[in-house]
Design a protein around this ligand. Sequence first.
Ligand code: FES
Ligand code: FES
Length: 169
Amino acid sequence: MKLQINEKFLEIDAPEDTPLLWILREEAGLTGTKFGCGRALCGACTVHVNGDPKRSCVLAVGDCVGKKITTIEGLPAPDGTLHPVQEAWIAENVPQCGYCQSGQIMSATALLAKRRAPTDAEIDAVMSANICRCGTYPRIRAAIHRAAQTMRDQEQAHETPQVPADSAK
Ligand code: FES
Ligand code: FES
């Protein structure tokens, strides 16, 4: 079967009920997505499928055919520019041990794709489903607010027409 992962196509030969996480790590070599519980409980394995956050440890690869899969490796722009959420994570020094963090970032980017200015309560409701044993939640919340602001600023800059310097003459 053929999978689309981070804008590339990968032909795999595996049973359809193989967890997507196995394919990502073992076949595609994308080890940024982590194995935590293997039972959809911790969120360490979160990736996007057609833009929605999914737990890849319990998602059958056969259900991903014809869909767009994005992992943490696929978040930066093609020129390597980090996603605003990744930038915010660095600016707020979010990770401690780091193990849960790619899952946290994938959940945060999915949240911000739907909510431009999430409240603390909305952030907590979504992000508490991703377990961080190091307790980085206060920094996760700060980073999400920071990234949301950056994304709104970028959107506004994009929407504001640039007036040519000599048009004021
Ligand atoms: S490893 Fe998938 S939810 Fe924990
Ligand atoms: S940073 Fe250690 S588990 Fe989250």
